[in-house]
Design a protein around this ligand. Structure first.
Ligand code: SF4
Length: 422
């Protein structure tokens, strides 16, 4: 069950049991906001349609850029030609919507169970609708481990289609809210990084070109397959802690700068003011967080960098840091900063993990929606992991908000429970 973790020297508890997470379809909610000319067509069941509808409830009055082609019983029984039905649905959609430049056919549990070949469908439709529309496919099914894998699968599908370039440039990987992406571009420009590309781009026409002189940095830790796809194209990864909090952001910028021959002193000089702002903003939440224990269930894949931020910048004490995957090539720098204190776990066996949680009785538990309410009923304060992906949390200007996300449930519990100090 345990093995050494070379990055941090800490033992890792590996579990392969029942897990409690959302499926990768959830990623469509933030991906469709970011990729403004993309449409995500889920080939799935009514359950898949309901998941998307409830996750994206606030978008109900907007022109949707995602939908579900419902597999009926006749499809599931193999009685209808599902490939022909997909062709008809896509033709109908594209004839109505001239704004769509990229169409993703998204696999689900039902489409995978009946082994519907969406790669073949995407290839056929891509040839039919090129060059006006690009058609790709990826899986968002719950057969994968966790919800952020949807973004990884989407970007990994895009990577082989990116144009080639010999340009020396930085590529930043991961869908950030536009306002955060603009802040990041501003910082990188001031530091002196000349060419910055981002994947995913806001529009298909802005796709980055990549090649052997592309250095890429991850803005999200859940992009292992995309990272491997870019490395196959010759691009090289810049290992760095993730840009959460003042320390993480500075370390990320310093590593990126170093890859382009820019000294740390330059980063320090350029970032002095935003670093001070971030520290001040964090200190407001630190009053609540300092000394409190925290337990992470494996969910968003942000757990290790967030535990590092909360321990080092907010004074929290992580007791267990669970993550769906412990990708050392990606998480190594954060693991090294996190040190040997917390118990690390990879994968999940939810009943055993609940036993450990009840023994630890942490001040705050980060978990999925399905676990949060029962745990609140047991008197434990919880934080929904999914909020950490839906809320802008990267770089200096969001550092205070990030700390505040963890302070709020503790303050709420203190107000509701006489005798509990915030
Ligand atoms: S893809 Fe699977 S887990 Fe996700 S909503 Fe559809 S049936 Fe449920």
């Amino acid at each position: 069950m345990t093995a050494g973790c070379p990055s941090a020297g800490a033992p890792v508890l590996r579990e392969r049991g029942q897990h409690e997470v959302f499926c990768g379809l959830t990623s469509i909610i933030w991906l469709h906001r970011k990729m403004q000319d993309a449409f995500f067509l889920v080939v799935g069941s009514r359950t898949c349609a309901h998941l998307l509808q409830s996750a994206a409830g606030v978008m109900i009055f907007a022109e949707p850029r995602f939908g579900t082609a419902i597999l009926e019983e006749s499809d599931l029984a193999g009685m209808a030609d599902a490939q022909a039905e997909i062709d008809r649905e896509v033709a109908r959609l594209l004839s109505r919507r001239s704004d769509i430049r990229q169409l993703f056919l998204v696999g689900s549990c039902p489409s995978e169970v009946i082994k519907l070949d969406l790669a073949k469908a995407a290839e056929r439709l891509d040839a039919q609708f090129a060059p006006q529309v690009r058609v790709l496919n990826f899986s968002g099914s719950g057969i994968e481990t966790t919800f952020t894998e949807g973004e990884d699968a989407c970007l990994a599908a895009l990577a082989p289609r990116l144009p080639a370039s010999d340009k020396r440039q930085l590529l930043v990987l991961g869908a950030l809210p536009d306002v955060v992406e603009d802040q990041m571009r501003g910082l990188l420009a001031e530091i002196g990084i000349p060419e910055v590309a981002v994947l995913p781009a806001r529009r298909a026409g802005d796709d980055p070109a990549i090649g052997p002189h592309t250095r890429f940095a991850l803005a999200q830790p859940f992009l292992g397959d995309t990272m491997a796809a870019l490395e196959r194209r010759g691009a090289r990864h810049i290992a760095a802690p993730f840009p959460f909090g003042e320390e993480g952001t500075t370390a990320w910028l310093t590593a990126v700068a170093a890859a382009f021959g820019i000294p740390a002193e330059r980063v320090e000089a350029v970032t002095a003011a935003p670093r001070a702002r971030a520290r001040k903003a964090i200190s407001a939440a630190r009053e609540t967080l300092d000394g409190k224990s925290i337990f992470f269930f494996p969910d968003s894949q942000l757990e290790v960098p967030l535990a590092r931020f909360l321990a080092r910048e907010c004074g929290m004490r992580p007791v267990e840091v669970g993550t769906p995957y412990l990708h050392r090539g990606i998480l190594g720098p954060d693991l090294a900063l996190l040190g040997d204190g917390p118990r690390l776990s990879e994968g999940q066996d939810v009943e055993r993990q609940l036993d450990r949680l009840r023994a630890d009785r942490p001040d705050l538990t980060v978990c999925g929606l399905g676990l949060a309410n029962p745990l609140e009923a047991e008197g434990l304060a919880t934080k929904w992991a999914i909020e950490l992906v839906f809320t802008p949390v990267h770089f200096y200007e969001q550092a205070g908000d990030l700390a505040g996300l963890f302070a709020r449930p503790l303050r709420r519990r203190a107000l509701l429970t006489p005798g509990v100090a915030a």
